[in-house]
Design a protein around this ligand. Structure first.
Ligand code: 1PZ
Length: 208
C-alpha cells in the first residue's frame, strides 16, 4: 500500500502485553484475568490493516472471537473460571462458546508464534507469504475444511509484502523488530502452554 505514516501499533507493545501475561502464568497460585488476556490479543487487530482484503474473513472471525472473550470478562474474572462455567453449562464445544472461541484464539497466537520463529530463521527480504503460509498450514491446516484452506491459500498468494517492508510499516528496523519478535516468541510460548494445560487438565482436548 502507499502508506507513509508508521502505524500506531508497536511490536514492542504486543511483546510487552504477552510478557505481562507470561509473568502471571509463571507466578504460583495466580490466575489469568480474562480482560488482560483479551486485551493482549486485541493488540493484533491493527496488523490486518496492512493485509489484503483477502484476509477480511480471517479478521472478522478473529476480532469477533476476541471481543466475545472481552464481553465475558465482567461475569468471569479469570480464564479458568470462564472455562469452568462453560463446563457446568455443558456448552464447551458449542459454536460461539467462550471456551471454543478461546481455543480458536489460542491457535491465532500459535500461528503468529510460528510465523515469528520462521521470520527469525530466514532473510528479511524473503516473502512474508512463505512464512505465513507455512505457519497457517502447521497450526490451522489440520482444523480447517478445504474451502477455508483454499481461501487462505488464495489470500497468502496475494500477499506480496516482504518482511522488511512489514517492519518498515510498523516503524521498526530489522534489529528492533527481531528483539520484539524474539520476546513475543518466548512469552507467547509460555501463554500457549498454559492454555493447553488449562484445556487438557479439564479433559477438554485441544484438537477439535
Ligand atoms: C501476516 C499475518 C497473516 C494472518 C492471516 C491469517 C489467515 C488465516 C486464514 C484463516 C481464516 C479462518 C476463517 C474462519 C474460520 C472458522 O471457521 C474457524 C472456526 O470457528 P468456529 O466454528 O469455532 O466459530 N475459526 C478459526 O479457526 C479461527 C481463525 C482465526 C484466524 C486469525 C489468525 C490470525 C491471528 C492474528 C492474531 C494473533
Amino acid at each position: 500500500s502507499g502508506r507513509k505514516e508508521p502505524l500506531a501499533m508497536k511490536f514492542k507493545e504486543i511483546a510487552d502485553a504477552f510478557r505481562e501475561l507470561a509473568v502471571i502464568v509463571n507466578t504460583p497460585n495466580s490466575d489469568v484475568p480474562v480482560k488482560l488476556f483479551s486485551h493482549a490479543c486485541s493488540r493484533f487487530f491493527l496488523i490486518f490493516t496492512v493485509l489484503k482484503p483477502a484476509f477480511k474473513f480471517a479478521e472478522n472471525d478473529y476480532v469477533s472471537k476476541v471481543n466475545d472473550l472481552a464481553k465475558a470478562s465482567p461475569s468471569t474474572l479469570t480464564l479458568e473460571a470462564m472455562v469452568d462455567r462453560d463446563i457446568e453449562a455443558k456448552r464447551v464445544r458449542k459454536v460461539g462458546s467462550h471456551t471454543r472461541n478461546l481455543l480458536r484464539v489460542k491457535r491465532g497466537l500459535e500461528m503468529i508464534r510460528v510465523l515469528c520463529e520462521e521470520t527469525l530463521a530466514t532473510e528479511a527480504d524473503s516473502p512474508l507469504k512463505d512464512a505465513a503460509y507455512k505457519a497457517y498450514n502447521q497450526v490451522f491446516g489440520p482444523h480447517h475444511g478445504w474451502a477455508i484452506q483454499l481461501a487462505a491459500s488464495t489470500g497468502f498468494g496475494s500477499l506480496l509484502l516482504s518482511k522488511a517492508e512489514l517492519f518498515r510499516m510498523f516503524n521498526e528496523t530489522e534489529e528492533t523488530a527481531k528483539i520484539h519478535i524474539q520476546s513475543y516468541v518466548s512469552a507467547s510460548a509460555t501463554v500457549i502452554a498454559y492454555l493447553d494445560y488449562l484445556f487438557l487438565s479439564k479433559n477438554l482436548g485441544i484438537d477439535w
